[in-house]
Design a protein around this ligand. Structure first.
Ligand SMILES: C[S@@+](CC[C@H](N)C(=O)[O-])C[C@H]1O[C@@H](n2cnc3c(N)ncnc32)[C@H](O)[C@@H]1O
Length: 402
């Protein structure tokens, strides 16, 4: 129950009042804290909000920015907060602090407009705390306890990236991933980050043979699979498989909308593949991963991913690679790709593969701005303002899988 405790508050938006951008953002932030995924939820809320384009942008910036900078915003309000807060008050405090410290919104607008969205006893708390934060920001008196708080990353995550990438590269990557992502539209209208465009283009370079058979074993929503379809080669087959039926439906409708020639969407668990052995010329494992290279686009992911996930994901990635190998015809290409930056999911996987499968010969990594990592290539988010991505391309010897 909201508003029944010390510092309690109630969002106006929740009572059927006409939606303002801040009211809608507050509702979204409250739901994100309760477990909703920011990118999925926001799309749904914006679809039925009736706000103009400018206000929709404001909602997006408030929700993505406040979520991304949640740890930093909590630090800003924490020194002025004397009472327990409920989810609406917490969301309002964070959203207000975000506008003051990171959006440069004038204090009167940020504080008044945010306070106006909260009713009940929590309203006075939000008002008092945000006025203190505004004064502190205005006088340049904010002192951060450490860099991870200032950039709003969990300690373990900052420490892991610093350990894996080196301090300078890691902090630069973390700063870059606090910038909003720009939408990149392919010529066919599909929205795809340039990092994924580059991966698909690099792989397409290995598909010289007419009628090549391509498998993207973890393919939904079909971004790379659709890019591997060819209008020049009517005989090329691109099988996009995925275990998630919900995501598979999205891929099938993307294939239909884009008119991806030769594409097939297939429900399958790639750890126990249903397709015939030695049947593909190129197999892509675009594996489930910690997603730490795409934090710009998934603002809540940094708090969702746990350190203990990394070992589990690395094991699953190896399992997917092992299971995919028999699908390759002799001389075929196996590509492993992840949208993350941890060593355990990138260069360490290459070390393992080199030892476990010497029959796979590594092929040159993609060109700059990728940089070598093991025998693969790592695209850092700061290199070209894209997602972070790792790609390793290998060729199976003519004797087949050993
Ligand atoms: C990184 S995403 C793929 C992105 C996609 N290739 C693209 O470019 O649009 C990873 C996908 O792997 C799928 N997945 C996870 N475990 C799987 C499994 N065992 N078999 C098949 N797909 C799996 C997830 O459902 C998710 O859609």
């Amino acid at each position: 129950v909201l508003g029944d405790r010390d510092g309690g508050g109630r969002g106006r938006a929740g009572r059927g009042a006409r939606r303002s951008p801040r009211g809608l953002a507050l509702e979204a932030l409250t739901q994100v804290e309760a477990g909703a995924r920011a990118n999925e939820l926001l799309g749904r809320l914006l679809d039925r909000c009736g706000l103009c384009e400018r206000d929709r942008h404001l909602v997006t910036e408030l929700v993505y920015g406040t979520t991304r900078m949640r740890r930093a915003c909590d630090w800003l309000v924490s020194t002025h907060l004397r009472t327990r807060t409920d989810p609406v008050v917490r969301a309002a405090l964070r959203m207000g602090a975000y506008q003051l410290a990171f959006m440069g919104t004038p204090a009167h607008a940020a504080v008044d407009a945010t306070v106006a969205e909260v009713s009940g006893p929590g309203r006075s708390v939000v008002n008092a705390v945000l006025r203190k934060v505004a004064a502190e920001v205005d006088r340049g008196l904010v002192t951060w306890p450490d860099r991870a708080t200032m950039l709003s990353y969990p300690d373990w995550l900052a420490a892991r990236l610093v350990y894996d990438l080196g301090a300078d590269v890691a902090w630069e990557a973390m700063e870059q991933m606090n910038q909003p992502a720009k939408a990149n539209e392919r010529p066919d209208g599909y929205i795809q980050d340039p990092a994924s465009v580059a991966v698909a283009a690099h792989l397409a370079g290995f598909l010289g043979r007419p009628g090549a058979r391509v498998l993207d074993a973890c393919a939904a929503p079909g971004g790379k699979a659709s890019a591997l379809c060819s209008t020049d080669d009517p005989d090329r087959l691109v099988v996009g498989a995925d275990r998630s039926l919900r995501r598979l439906r999205r891929m099938a409708s993307n294939f239909a909308r884009l008119g991806s020639p030769g594409s097939v969407a297939l429900a399958a668990d790639a750890t126990s593949p249903p397709w015939r052995q030695a049947s593909f010329d190129l197999v892509l494992i675009d594996a489930p991963c910690s997603g730490l290279g795409v934090l710009r686009r998934r603002p809540d992911a940094r708090y969702r991913v746990q350190e203990t996930d990394l070992g589990r994901l690395a094991r699953l990635q190896r399992q997917l690679i092992e299971a995919a190998l028999p699908s390759l015809r002799p001389g075929g290409i196996l590509a492993y790709c992840v949208c993350t930056l941890t060593k355990a999911e990138t260069a360490a996987q290459d070390n393992w593969l080199a030892r476990a499968h010497p029959e796979l010969e590594a092929l040159p990594p993609p060109p700059e701005p990728f940089v070598p990592a093991g025998r693969g290539g790592l695209l850092l988010p700061q290199a070209a303002g894209t997602d972070g991505m790792y790609l390793l391309v290998t060729r199976l010897g003519s004797a087949g899988v050993m």
